[in-house]
Write a protein that binds this ligand. Structure first.
Ligand SMILES: Cc1cc2nc3c(=O)[nH]c(=O)nc-3n(C[C@H](O)[C@H](O)[C@H](O)COP(=O)(O)OP(=O)(O)OC[C@H]3O[C@@H](n4cnc5c(N)ncnc54)[C@H](O)[C@@H]3O)c2cc1C
Length: 522
């Protein structure tokens, strides 16, 4: 391909890249989007098979995606093949990196829990002195959150709880089941808010970049997208020090190509963006690119059965429903042995997962029947502290299928996260006890880092160029025509699922970018 110059090159097509394309094209700017994977054709690529026709009977090929607990033989082609794009970690400190390279990225498969961060996250250092504050506040992001919530159609309820900021919601049903009323009665005196969960409804069952963000961009005639284009590195103009474009390789033909661009926006998903910058050797005058990797603790919680609902005896309207108990620790008082906090998600009704019933054969069948419709469970998302030691580096010894050096990930939880999770289980057990739940299983140990699929940080924003990579507009401190708009820019992770914040930031960064182009600064 002959070298061409585009106005803005966008790398990645997920929530963050899709938002950039939507805003920029809407304001008259031409964009080229490169995406490492193919466009999924849901009609063509989907084939129904029964489990006995599959070599692993519906369980996954253990070698292909060992770190993706959602993977099975039924959906194996959605995830990044770990033999094709490997990564490494120190023995004893595993990291679960869950990636999707299809056009639309992980926005095709996310669970759609949609929360705002609060100033307990944006200004966390002001509360407990640890780490850094974000260079933005909730008030600054509020209008962008509202617009993202409109596009993604977030269902929720306005709760008036400062650590669970309200937004522009489609009102959810305000009723609670009898059991949930009992949970509320238990939690209220303890100062634990019990709130309605918030989810993206989207359109026609999809809340993705490909149906909510990219169609307008394509319709404008100003977006060209190239699938199967794996970006190898960004190029720099030696005279100006600005980025000049990118080298990329066609996934199938392995043909190497170059594209020139006036501005480059990296939206490859937290760790791929950082990998790309590290491989390009740019934007790192602070020396902290790759540092302060965060995610959220995941896998902790309890499973039980509501005694009154066993044997089908639940009165009408007693069981059912879900709730989010947003962070309540370290808000108005100090927890004993950890800073920051966690949220507990609870649900009741439905059947108990048979993995949690300690019985076999006839007894298992009897218990399954006994517990039908009586399930109660909690699962916890906890904040992980941003620590310098948790980081990624380039592992030159291991390259991917296109010869691109891969990532080595070093991350582990510390006492702060582990103490927090013990507290969350204690709170869950006390709730179960008070509400008439027989506990069948509990898990106090979080899964390895990465499991939440909320990897964040490593290219954080900040006002101080010596302690951050990006400024408050997701723009590189070092290279003014380079923007990074995904979760890598996060300073703290909070307990909240991050995609609303990723999109609010990428929308805001895009509008700033347009303004800078108009003023001739880019
Ligand atoms: C099963 C699951 C459930 C989830 N549930 C929730 C939830 O309930 N709520 C929530 O907020 N979040 C959830 N998440 C996380 C959420 O999906 C992500 O935070 C979000 O989608 C990230 O968007 P992104 O655009 O930054 O990155 P991605 O969606 O990862 O997109 C990055 C894109 O960049 C492309 N790319 C990568 N490297 C290159 C390269 N070198 N060259 C070219 N292109 C490249 C990829 O092909 C990909 O399409 C979930 C994720 C999963 C998988």
């Amino acid at each position: 391909m002959a070298e061409k110059k585009v106005d803005v090159l966008i790398i990645g097509s997920g929530h963050s890249g899709g938002m950039v394309a939507n805003i920029l094209t809407g304001k008259g700017i031409s964009c080229l989007m490169l995406n490492a994977g193919p466009i999924a054709d849901f009609q063509k690529d989907r084939e129904s098979k029964v489990a006995y026709e599959l070599p692993y009977r519906g369980f996954k090929d253990p070698k292909k995606v060992p770190h993706v607990f959602q993977a099975s033989e039924f959906n194996a082609n959605t995830w990044v093949d770990e033999k094709e794009v490997p990564y490494s970690y120190d023995p004893g400190n595993p990291y679960n990196w869950v990636r999707v390279r299809l056009f639309g990225g992980r926005s095709l498969f996310w669970s759609r829990q949609s929360y705002r961060h609060s100033d307990y996250e944006f200004k966390a250092k002001d509360h407990d002195g640890f780490g850094e504050n974000w260079p933005v506040s909730l008030a600054e992001l509020d209008p962008y959150y509202s617009r993202v919530e409109t596009i993604f159609r977030i269902r929720g309820r306005r709760e008036g709880v400062p650590q669970y900021p309200d937004g522009n919601f489609i009102e959810s049903d305000g009723n609670w089941s009898g059991f949930m009323e009992r949970v509320i009665a238990h939690c209220r005196p303890l100062g634990i808010p019990v709130c309605k969960p918030r989810n993206a409804i989207g359109v026609d069952g999809l809340a993705s970049s490909i149906n909510l963000l990219l169609p307008d961009a394509f319709a404008s005639g100003r977006l060209k997208a190239v699938p199967n284009a794996v970006v190898r590195e960004l190029t720099v103009d030696k005279k100006t020090g600005l980025v000049s474009g990118a080298h990329f390789v066609d996934r199938h033909s392995r043909r190497e190509m170059t594209i020139k661009a006036r501005v480059v926006v990296v939206a490859a998903g937290t760790l791929e963006s950082t990998r790309l910058l590290l491989n390009s050797g740019i934007a790192n005058s602070s020396g902290i690119l790759g540092r302060y990797l965060i995610d959220q603790t995941y896998g902790v919680g309890i499973v039980g059965t509501v005694k009154e609902a066993q044997n089908g005896k639940a009165p009408a309207g007693f069981m059912g429903g879900a709730a989010t108990l947003p962070r309540f620790r370290n808000i108005s008082s100090r927890a004993k042995d950890f800073i920051r906090g966690y949220a507990i998600n609870i649900s009741c009704g439905g059947n108990v997962d048979t993995h949690c019933i300690a019985a076999y054969g006839e007894e298992l069948l009897e218990k399954t029947e006994q517990y039908r419709g009586s399930s109660f469970s909690t699962y916890v998302y906890g904040e992980v502290l941003p620590r310098y030691e948790n980081h990624v580096t380039i592992n030159k010894a291991v390259v991917d299928a296109w010869g691109i050096p891969t990532l080595h990930i070093q991350a582990r939880y510390t006492d702060n996260e582990l103490n927090m999770m013990r507290d969350a289980v204690d709170v869950s057990l006390a709730m179960a006890d008070a509400c008439g739940v027989e506990v069948l299983a509990k898990n106090t140990e979080p899964n390895p880092p990465g499991y939440s699929i909320h990897e964040l940080g490593t290219c954080r924003m900040g006002d101080n160029p010596k302690a951050s990579i990006l400024n408050k507009w997701n723009q590189s401190h070092d290279i003014r025509n380079l923007f990074v708009v995904d979760g890598s820019s996060f300073v703290t992770g909070g307990w909240q699922n991050p995609s609303m914040t990723i999109m609010a930031l990428s929308m805001r960064a895009s509008e700033y970018l347009v303004e800078q182009m108009r003023q001739g600064n880019l």
